[in-house]
Design a binder for this molecule. Structure first.
Ligand code: JHZ
Ligand code: ZN
Length: 436
């Protein structure tokens, strides 16, 4: 079977979970197909916990099936790289704000001097993917290490590291947990643990956070954990139903996030909202004395005031999603009957999910391009659309480009200016179907 059923909320333990969306049985979005076989399908249902407001899937697919070999490479997006770089600068600023000058004995000069800032904090990135974040942090002067369960991504990181002569950094090929922690603790002390776009993928979130907390160096009382998750507010308010797929076990509001970090004894002291991936929350947590900022209480109050902690807010989501899927189907059927060529840009997991949920296949979308070599020359699971490299645009010229990675709309449109300049049109599917 390869999955287990969820019987209680993974944040607060309540068994009182209410279903509000059901996509039926669908394939795993990132299991790209290389032959004509039909992929396995799994139920996809979302449940809401009335006590802590966590939305979560009704099943957990075996993580080894999902991640041992993973085609998604974070470094493909320049927008994401820039985002990671900004994060490196911000975190250094926070660490230095708390840093107490220390006397350093200099054996060469024979005297001692006061170090007044942290020049080279030590970073551990969990679910480091292809090392995108590690590389950006390294450029900012951090010492970096990572843990990543996908063997293909670790291999790629190691290959590129040799080319860049970054011999100080390392990436462990493991799921994050006690065993990976043991290795981390045997190395240098860690000042910052980052975990981007991974907490939503984790079943035992408590154990995940506790292990991260233990990885932090204790001696200087500076260590912090910085986590990013797609924000469930955007899922609800911006109709991002295509971000619901088997990898995303949880859809976090700030309320459940704050609850689980507090339970683990590493409270959140700052929360920020970022535009990345359609809208994300970034939280900073530490067991040491970082004053809790107003952003924490303000965001909690705002969620409450906006009704995000109540089930009623979620029950209408289905109707809006169905309308978007119907609009997309109608548009693509019309274009098909007019003989137009439609190509997708970005074989994102969400794009693949959208096509499956809307029942759209290779009759309506001729091909999808993606710059990720691991995705090229495969087919989307279920809808069976070929994935090619961007050169394909010049081989089969599209009348319409469907932006399947709508979170990177600007980057993808900038890369295909020739299309707009020659009268080509774009389709943006989310939050509502738009033709530009
Ligand atoms: P993208 C990912 O989901 C993965 P996906 C993951 N499941 C997660 O949690 C969320 O993000 C938050 C390609 N592309 O990022 C690369 C180009 O070819 O929207 C990707 O295949 N050229 C862990 O898969 C895809 O598009 C480009 O210039 O839904 C984008 O996928 C750019 C910008 C992207 O995420
Ligand atoms: Zn709960």
């Amino acid at each position: 079977m390869g999955y287990k059923t969820v019987t209680q909320c993974r944040v607060c333990g309540s068994p009182d979970l209410h279903p509000y969306l059901d996509f039926g049985n669908v394939p795993l979005a990132n299991k790209l197909v290389t032959d004509g076989s039909s992929p396995d399908t799994y139920p996809l249902r979302v449940l809401f916990c009335k006590y802590c407001a966590l939305s979560q899937l009704s099943i957990v697919v075996d993580p080894k099936v999902l991640y041992s070999n993973y085609p998604y490479h974070s470094s493909v997006s320049a927008t994401f790289k820039k985002h990671c770089r900004e994060m490196a600068v911000t975190i250094k600023g926070i660490l230095n704000g708390r840093f107490k000058p220390v006397e350093v004995n200099d054996p060469i000069r024979g005297d001692s001097w006061a170090q007044d800032s942290i020049q080279h904090p030590h970073l551990l990135d969990i679910a480091a993917n292809d090392g995108c974040l590690m590389n950006e942090f390294e450029e900012e002067g951090y010492f970096v290490s990572g843990v990543e369960p996908s063997s293909n991504l670790c291999e790629e990181y190691r290959r590129k590291r040799m080319q860049r002569i970054r011999l100080g950094s390392s990436m462990q090929n493991e799921f994050w947990g006690r065993s990976a922690l043991k290795t981390v603790k045997s190395g240098w002390g860690i000042d910052v643990v980052t975990a981007l776009n991974v907490l939503a993928h984790v079943d035992d979130v408590e154990e995940f956070i506790l292990c991260a907390k233990e990885a932090l160096r204790r001696s200087d009382e500076l260590g912090m954990m910085v986590v990013e998750v797609p924000y469930a507010r955007n899922l609800i308010e911006d109709n991002q139903f295509d971000t619901i797929y088997h990898e995303h076990l949880s859809y976090f509001l700030f309320k459940p996030l704050q609850k689980i970090f507090a339970k683990c004894g590493i409270p959140i002291f700052r929360v920020e909202q970022h535009n990345i991936h359609g809208g994300s929350l970034r939280v900073y947590a530490s067991e040491y004395w970082y004053p809790v900022e107003d952003s924490v209480t303000q965001l909690l109050a705002q969620e409450e005031a906006d009704g995000l902690h109540r089930l009623e807010k979620y029950q209408v989501m289905r109707f809006r999603a169905e309308k978007t899927m119907a609009d997309l189907r109608d548009l693509l059927k019309r274009l098909n009957s007019e003989g137009k060529i439609v190509a997708g840009y970005g074989a994102s997991a969400k794009g693949i999910s959208l096509l499956n949920y809307a029942g759209l296949d290779d009759r309506f979308i001729h091909y999808i391009v993606d710059e990720t070599p691991d995705k090229q020359w495969t087919f989307t699971p279920g809808s069976h659309i070929p994935i090619a490299d961007p050169d394909h645009f010049s081989k089969i010229y599209p009348d319409y480009i469907l932006i399947l990675a709508w979170n990177f709309q600007k980057e993808l449109m900038d890369k295909t200016r020739w299309h707009a300049e020659s009268g080509g049109r774009y389709i943006i599917p989310i939050p509502e179907v738009k033709v530009l």
